[in-house]
Write a protein that binds this ligand. Structure first.
Ligand SMILES: Nc1ncnc2c1ncn2[C@@H]1O[C@H](COP(=O)(O)OP(=O)(O)OP(=O)(O)O)[C@@H](O)[C@H]1O
Length: 784
């Protein structure tokens, strides 16, 4: 078998030759052991399996009667044979949700802290207060605004998420553009009907370009600019997703500030005559490290060299002299909450003698003469504690099999208290998985099929001895009502339709108009909503009232994690974040989470799947009563919530099996999830080791009853071959598609991992050995 197909189809064509001769004599168990051993290659060690609570897995599964065909389903119990947590014994010393922590990204509170004292014009300061209700600067704005108003040198602006970096760089630039003419009265800024001053107007030239890694971010920055620009100055975007002709027309009409994605801007610089960049004096690289991760290095190089060329030509032609006050050099500003090593490279391409502006200390660090950042400074830039101080971070230890039901339980519980939570973002590793989970929550309960005998057998196996109960046939208490557009409503447990929660999805493989409308709807929603998304929504997006971020799949790198959780706890507001970890090696990731907290691990709240399931699914008497008496509840009470969770799971499994298209989606999601898992950054792979993944248990989380080796998704292209880093699917992010860019494994936007450029050669090898291992001892999957 070619290695190519390995990850894709879990084919096992190169598995050891199975001994076909019937063994005779000895006990049944002994014969089975010999048979298993004979299936392993002679030199292979015994298959490594994730540790579970029990070593008699054959009783776990229910195998439908009938001929042994490859299509046979596996219906395993949710609550048996799950691996044990390795950190359970640690006491939960974290602060409670009610403990107050001083926010680290809020506007400053001192009486003397205001924008005019930073050098901003009274007109702009009044406008900020009256129109945007922004009175006092944040720490990064205090550090950056005076510097950028006076200085013509390059700068790195680094501050934590939600600290107001966008205004930190836009306000001084807007003021400096306004000051290119002597007209800057309050009326000019505020009065939409005021006549344009005789000086600067939309035809005066393009003065600033802001590059962002995604269209969504470009639009957001464009909105911020639109809210602070005086009526006679104009900003606009070139971000693709619309006809180039319309973008050209916009450029022809004249813009003073342009917000763009790098690929599209590079294209216009090559082909659009109307784009005159000779007066561009500010180049902002927003989310600089992300721009590099996404492989925009070549585009940025081209852009910088074109800007340099046109600047010098313009200076020679005397263009600058026509506008007194215009700096003679270009000022490049790099901006991010996290600054990885990539920034060093980006600095080399774009910056000269840059100043590092940070919020915390107010320190500014000058680079050495070559524009390089010292090693000490790099360490500082990768600094810890980059998550907002007031963010309440927790983790949930959830075995693979329980992941889906625990997510359902957690969301139910989150929204059960009306008005307590407004918006939740659930981060998922890849687009296929987002689609799958979105469908699960879209599900109309009327579509649920009746339980089969096999289902009932599985339930009986799980809870034996179990009294006959109608619970087995009870549908899970998740009602779904599908609405038009990108949203749907889930009705939380025992609630009325007025408690409906709207659910959205967002990933890079969706058509751009749908992405835009989804984001807009989620942004402006004032009712309870959930957004299932990939990392496409992790950077820079400023979505109001996000109370909780759930990292259902842990981020691919610590930096990604910081940006994801940074979608909540913004501008001094409260926020909570929870990451799902599987018991075992993944729990080591707690140390990484602790690095973001000033108080270390003690600031992290821990929860377990059982806790979430109990809260959401137990009958009220069990879930609400945590007294000692309740702890001594009867076994039937315990089974109450286990039964509801199991029924919810089985109902989803039946529903998936009832429609071939759903089954295909679930399988595709499962495969893409595993591929994504293989691409965690190298220094975090110790916590996300693909060899430790229990593929059978994981299949359950995707509602699959397939044996892992049998998942074969039609329509997907062959997986990666020996050659590393190549596209492996047509479902990829449009940013990468067709551009042949090299993207670092672990660093690209896994809008759709199957569509990214993935270093999967090694992962494929690991995956193959994993599946082989499962062949060797996979009694749970009844491979024998
Ligand atoms: N001085 C201020 N006072 C109150 N709110 C502010 C202030 N400055 C910015 N904000 C608000 O804070 C929110 C976050 O701002 P912004 O998006 O610029 O953060 P950021 O630092 O760029 O975050 P990220 O790193 O996630 O991109 C926005 O809603 C913005 O309107």
């Amino acid at each position: 078998m070619a290695e190519d197909g390995m990850l894709l189809n879990f084919s096992i064509g190169d598995a050891p030759i199975v001994q076909k001769d019937k063994l005779r004599g000895g006990s049944w168990r002994a014969r089975r052991q010999v048979e298993r051993r004979s299936r392993r290659p002679s030199d292979a060690p015994p298959a490594k399996r994730q540790r579970t609570n029990d070593i008699q897995p054959t009783s776990e599964t229910s195998h439908p009667k009938g001929p042994k065909t490859e299509e046979r389903q596996v219906i395993s119990s949710l609550f048996r044979f799950n691996p044990s947590s390795t950190t359970k014994s640690q006491p939960n010393t974290s602060k409670t949700d009610d403990d107050h922590v001083e926010p680290s990204n809020a506007p400053l509170s001192g009486e003397l802290e205001n924008f005019t004292s930073l050098g901003l014009s009274l007109a702009l300061a009044v406008h900020l207060t009256q129109k945007l209700a922004i009175k006092r600067p944040t720490a990064i704005q205090k550090a950056a605004i005076p510097r950028l108003l006076q200085d013509n040198s390059d700068a790195f602006i680094q501050a934590e998420t939600g600290s107001g970096k966008t205004l930190a760089y836009t306000l001084p630039i807007v003021q400096r553009i306004i000051e290119l003419t002597p007209v800057s009265s309050s009326a000019d800024v505020e009065g939409k009907n005021s006549s344009a001053p005789s000086g600067i107007h939309r035809d005066s030239g393009l003065f600033a370009i802001i590059l962002t890694p995604t269209r969504e971010l470009s639009r957001q920055v464009s909105n911020v600019l639109a809210s602070i620009l005086p009526p006679y100055l104009v900003s606009g975007t070139v971000i693709g997703g619309e006809k180039k002709k319309s973008e050209k027309a916009r450029l022809r009409k004249g813009l003073n500030i342009l917000i763009a994605t790098p690929g599209r801007l590079a294209d216009h610089l090559d082909h659009t005559e109307a784009l005159d960049v000779s007066r561009v004096r500010w180049l902002i690289l927003d989310e600089g490290d992300r721009l590099m991760e996404l492989g925009f290095e070549e585009d940025i190089k081209r852009i910088v060299s074109k800007l340099d060329f046109r600047l010098h030509k313009g200076l020679k032609d005397g263009v600058a002299e026509a506008l007194p006050g215009l700096p003679s050099n270009r000022i490049t500003i790099l901006c991010s909450a996290t600054m990885k090593m990539d920034v060093q490279r980006l600095g080399e391409i774009s910056l000269k003698d840059a100043t590092h502006i940070q919020a915390s200390s107010g320190d500014e660090v000058q680079n050495d003469e070559e524009g390089e950042i010292s090693a000490a400074e790099q360490t500082n830039m990768q600094g810890d504690f980059t998550a907002p101080a007031q963010l309440k971070q927790s983790y949930a230890v959830v075995p693979a099999k329980l992941r889906l039901v625990t997510l359902i339980a957690m969301l139910k519980q989150t929204f059960i208290r009306r008005g307590a939570v407004n918006k939740v973002i659930v981060f998922i590793s890849c687009a296929d998985s987002v689609d799958f989970h979105f469908d699960v929550f879209m599900r109309d309960p009327a579509e649920a099929s009746e339980p089969t005998d096999d289902d009932n057998r599985a339930i009986e196996t799980r809870t034996k001895p179990r009294r006959k109960t109608t619970e087995a046939t009870k549908p899970p208490e998740i009602a779904t009502v599908i609405t038009s557009g990108p949203s749907l409503h889930i009705t939380p447990l025992n609630s009325t339709p007025s408690d409906q929660v709207t659910v959205y999805r967002l990933h890079g493989s969706l058509p751009p108009p749908l992405r835009t409308s989804t984001l807009k709807a989620f942004y402006s929603s004032t009712s309870p909503s959930v957004l299932f998304c990939t990392d496409v929504a992790s950077r820079g997006l400023d979505l109001p009232n996000v109370d909780l971020v759930i990292e259902f799949d842990p981020a691919f790198s610590r930096d990604d994690h910081i940006h994801r959780v940074g979608r909540t706890a913004r501008a001094g507001n409260d926020g909570r974040a929870c990451v799902f970890l599987m018991p075992g090696v993944e729990e080591g990731y707690i140390d990484v989470l602790a690095r973001d907290r000033r108080e270390g691990a003690s600031a992290l709240r821990r929860s377990d799947a059982d806790e979430a399931l109990k809260k959401a699914f137990a009958s009220p008497s069990v879930s609400s009563n945590t007294s000692a008496a309740a702890m001594r509840r009867s076994k039937s009470d315990v089974k109450d919530w286990e039964g509801v969770a199991t029924n919810a799971q089985l109902d989803i499994e039946r529903w998936i099996l009832s429609q071939p298209s759903l089954l295909e989606k679930a399988r595709k999601a499962y495969q893409s999830h595993i591929r994504a898992y293989a691409t965690h950054v190298a220094n975090e792979r110790q916590y996300f080791d693909i060899k430790e993944l229990h593929l059978g248990h994981l299949a359950k989380a995707f509602g699959l009853r397939d044996r892992p080796s049998m998942v074969n998704v039609p329509g997907m292209r062959a997986g990666p071959g020996k050659k590393e880093r190549r596209y492996v699917s047509n479902a990829g992010s449009e940013k990468l598609k067709g551009e042949g860019r090299k993207v670092k494994p672990g660093g690209f936007d896994r809008d759709d991992v199957a569509g990214g450029m993935v270093d999967l050669g090694d992962a494929a090898k690991k995956m193959r050995s994993k599946v082989k291992g499962m062949m060797g001892g996979a009694d749970e999957f009844n491979l024998g």
